[in-house]
Structure formats: structure tokens, C-alpha cells
Design a protein around this ligand. Structure first.
Ligand code: AMP
Length: 470
């Protein structure tokens, strides 16, 4: 999962891109980068680290221009190496081309070896470079960038929200199933596109709408135009965006993430009521769930754990013992809130189970009498191939293990996961419009060795155009 943004605004873009990436920092903390285009030249800066570590005023002042794109990286394909940082930048037949991508292709190995067989060399191990190579190849044979992207999308399989910059023009496109989010906004003197609406809020820009699955938009100094490249009978938005990934204050595909999490909290109480004295979130992602749980149950919401906001990627933990202790550095129980109490703890998900076990042990150590664990997602039983770092089946605690056994492994007094039906209801989307692959083992597109409930996707006649309704 990564965060991406593109802005074309006559007033200059480097600072707005920086603010937008700041708002998207939760989508990736490994590296950050910005590319801008000014008077025929590319300006670029990218490095490993958080936005605040990678950029400063001087660097941003050097990134001149009224068009640019940015990225925060959370690695799924391609190791965490400097050459994999984005934007990726190329010069090509007199053009300057940059690209950022959120998602994961499931056919990138096949595509890259096809290109390598023809002598193409790749400088990174990311699937993003494969997308760039295909666009460049198609651009040599087609009339326009729009046509090249249309042809490229016919080759890609997987999840991709992409923003590309060819000279001074931005092109953004979303995969036919809309697996990853992407939305459009209006800045004071131009337009922007970003992974989540919070990026627009951060700039005081006006959120216009979500991009449609299979849609391509083009933004330049003339304005914005939209084109539907594919139509499919159903979509496949990643349900984990609502559960964990997106910020609670984002609106994704028309639905406020906070509302979904709050409803999940209410339904967690309805599905498995428990006698308890406080309900506490595992911060920060558990907060909206706990609010809903508290309102539905009447059990007081109290913070039983406080998060140290400053512990980050660079926190030094040289030994395994210290790493195991990291949860103590990250989360500190509030003894006065939990000692002698029966506590409901709510978190968004259990993946390997190690975090939950440590948190529950810690809460008991600080005096909780009972710990009831409530989880905002159904058990994760299968890996994600589409951009969320969810490990192999072997590593997933809920794979082939019933909830009672998971409950005893994490040492909770009781454990309840939201049911899949309730989760889907909370999103307000139809079940066939969501990707729930990690929860069901059934994916919305073909993945080798896995079950799928494939959606039919048609490529629309290349002449179909529409203007953005503002
Ligand atoms: P664990 O069960 O120890 O593997 O970790 C579960 C915790 O990791 C949950 O509290 C989530 O907030 C968080 N989490 C869930 N999915 C992911 C993910 N794909 N990447 C990073 N953290 C995650």
C-alpha cells in the first residue's frame, strides 16, 4: 500500500505536494519522493524515510514548477532499496516521464520477462517500472498518451492506481476493479488527484469525486478531462482500506471511513455482548471502532493504552529481546483506568497474533481483571496479492485455526471478530463490489493457485470521452 498524489497548479506545486504527502504518510513510511516539471526540466528528490526526514525548505524550494507528482512507499513488491523509491523518472524520445503507483500487479513477472526477452533492461525490482516500460513501448506505436495507457491497461493484471507525468501533463488511471482508491480535487488554480480525500483537506482543496474504476483522467494547464477506459460488471475495492489502511477522516468511494469503523464497533457489541467496565481502543486505529462499541453497549469508552506518537521506523532496537519489548515503548497502559477492571480491547485486525498477545499480556500486567478482545475484521485466513502486506498462510494465526484456539494463543478471556456479513453491511457496498480475498481466500481476479470470482471487464471504444461534471 502506498500513497500517491499529482497536482497541476499555476501557483507552484512542491509545497502542496509535500503537505498532501504528509496527509498520506499513514499509507507508507519507508520512503518518500517528489518530481516536478518546470520549463522542460525535471526536478526530483526522493529518499528512504518519513516525509519530515526526506524534505526540508531548501529542497522543496528547488523543486520548481507548476506540475508534479509525489509518493510515499510501503513496500510490497520490490525490496526496500533506494532504487525502488518513487517517483521513477525516465527520459524517452525527448520526453520526460515520471510515474508513481499504488498497488500490486499479479502478472508483473511474466510481463517483465517478456520485455527482457526483447532486450529491455530494468533498473529496479518494482512492478511500477514494468508499467512505465509498457506505456513507453505503446507510446512508440500510438497517437497519444491516452491511447498508450489504454493499451497498457489491457496488459496489466492486478491492482493499480497510477499517476504519470509526461512533460507538463498529468495522467491518472485506476484499475478496472478500482481495488485501490484514487480521487480528484480542485485546488485554487488547478486540479489534483490523490489516494485519499484527506490530501485535499490538507490543502484546503475541494474534493470533487472518486475516480471511477477503469477511468483515465488528464490534467494540464487547460484543465481536466476524463475518459472511461474499461467497464466492468462489478468492482473490487479492498475492504482493508475501510478496516485499517485509510485514515478515518477520508471518504473512499463515497463512504466516510470513520462511519464504517463506528458501525463495525456497534455490530461487534451486538454480535458478542460482554459484561465489562471499560472499552478501550488499541490506538490509534481502534478508536473509531471503540466509539461505536461504547455507544451501542453503554460501556464507558476509556483509553486503557496510550501510544507514544514519536516512535517511528528509525527507532533503534538492536537485539531480539529489545524488539520483543517494542510494544512497551509504543503503547503504555493507564493503570488507573484498567487495574481491577474487566476491559474490552478493540483492534482493527489480527495478522500473526504477536501484537495482540503482547498487548493483552501488558494490560494484564497493569492489573486488568479480564481482557475481552474484539476485532474489526473477520479472521485473516489468506494472503493479499494486491498490495497489502499480509503474509503467507503459514504465518497467519487464523489460517486453519478456529477462533477458540486463537483466543487461547493470544491469552484473551474472550475473542470475537466481526462477521463478514456485518463488515460488508457497514461499508454500504454490495459484496460483489469489494475485494475480501484475505478474509475468504477468493479473489476478484485470476491469481495462480487461488480461487477467484472474476468480474467481467470490457474495454470501451477508445473514442468514448466525457467531461468532468463540476
Ligand atoms: P500481528 O497480529 O502481530 O501480526 O499484528 C496485527 C497489528 O498490525 C494490528 O493491530 C494492525 O493494526 C496492524 N496491521 C494489520 N495489517 C497490517 C499490515 N498489512 N501492515 C502493517 N500493519 C498491519
Amino acid at each position: 500500500m502506498c500513497g500517491i498524489v499529482g497536482i497541476a497548479d499555476a501557483e507552484g506545486v512542491s509545497f502542496p505536494l509535500y503537505y498532501a504527502l504528509f496527509a498520506l504518510q499513514h499509507r507508507g513510511q519507508e520512503s518518500a519522493g517528489i518530481s516536478t516539471f518546470d520549463a522542460g526540466k525535471l526536478h526530483n528528490h526522493k529518499a528512504q524515510g518519513l516525509i519530515a526526514e526526506v524534505f526540508n525548505r531548501d529542497i522543496l524550494s528547488r523543486l520548481t514548477g507548476s506540475v508534479g507528482i509525489g509518493h510515499v512507499r510501503y513496500p510490497t513488491t520490490g525490496e526496500n532499496r533506494p532504487e525502488n523509491n518513487q517517483p521513477l523518472n525516465f527520459s524517452f524520445k525527448g520526453h520526460i516521464f515520471s510515474i508513481v503507483h499504488n498497488g500490486n500487479l499479479v502478472n508483473s513477472t511474466r510481463l517483465s520477462s517478456e520485455y527482457e526477452d526483447e532486450g529491455h533492461i530494468f533498473a529496479t525490482t518494482t512492478d511500477t517500472e514494468v508499467i512505465a516500460a509498457i506505456i513507453a513501448r505503446e507510446l512508440t506505436r500510438s497517437e497519444s498518451m491516452e491511447e498508450a495507457i489504454n493499451l497498457c491497461m489491457q496488459k496489466l493484471k492486478g491492482s493499480y492506481s497510477v499517476i504519470a507525468m509526461l512533460d507538463g501533463t498529468i495522467y491518472a488511471f485506476r484499475d478496472p476493479l478500482g481495488i485501490k482508491p484514487l480521487c480528484i480535487g480542485k485546488t485554487e488554480n488547478g486540479y489534483m488527484v490523490a489516494s485519499e480525500s484527506v490530501a485535499m483537506d490538507a490543502l484546503g482543496a475541494q474534493f470533487l469525486r472518486d475516480m471511477k474504476p477503469g477511468e483515465l483522467i488528464r490534467i494540464d494547464s487547460e484543465g481536466i478531462s476524463c475518459r472511461q477506459i474499461t467497464r466492468s460488471n462489478h468492482t473490487g475495492l479492498c475492504i482493508f482500506e475501510y478496516v485499517y489502511f485509510a485514515r478515518s477522516d477520508s471518504v473512499i468511494d463515497g463512504v466516510l471511513v470513520y462511519d464504517v469503523r463506528k458501525k463495525i464497533g456497534e455490530m461487534l457489541h451486538q454480535e458478542a455482548p460482554v459484561q465489562a467496565e471499560i472499552i478501550s481502543p488499541v490506538p490509534d486505529s481502534g478508536t473509531a471502532f471503540a466509539t461505536g462499541y461504547s455507544e451501542a453497549s453503554g460501556i464507558p469508552f476509556k483509553e486503557g493504552l496510550i501510544k507514544n506518537r514519536y516512535i517511528g521506523r528509525t527507532f533503534i532496537m538492536p537485539t531480539q529481546k529489545l524488539r520483543e519489548n517494542a510494544v512497551r515503548m509504543k503503547l503504555n497502559p493507564v493503570r488507573g483506568h484498567i487495574a481491577g477492571k474487566s476491559v474490552v480491547l478493540v483492534d482493527d485486525s489480527i495478522v500473526r497474533g504477536t501484537t495482540s498477545r503482547r498487548i493483552i499480556d501488558l494490560v494484564r500486567e497493569f492489573g486488568a481483571r479480564e481482557v475481552h478482545f474484539r476485532v474489526g475484521s473477520p479472521p485473516i485466513i489468506a494472503p493479499c496479492y494486491l498490495g497489502v502486506d499480509l503474509p503467507t498462510r503459514k504465518e497467519l494465526i487464523a489460517h486453519n485455526r478456529p477462533p477458540e484456539q486463537v483466543c487461547s494463543r493470544i491469552a484473551a478471556d474472550s475473542l470475537h471478530h466481526i462477521s463478514l456479513e456485518a463488515l460488508i453491511r457497514a461499508t454500504g457496498h454490495a459484496p460483489e463490489d469489494l475485494c475480501c480475498g484475505c478474509l475468504t481466500g477468493c479473489y476478484p481476479l485470476e491469481i495462480e493457485g487461488e480461487r477467484s470470482n472474476c468480474r467481467s471487464i470490457d474495454f470501451v471504444d477508445g473514442t468514448y470521452q466525457m467531461k468532468l461534471e463540476i
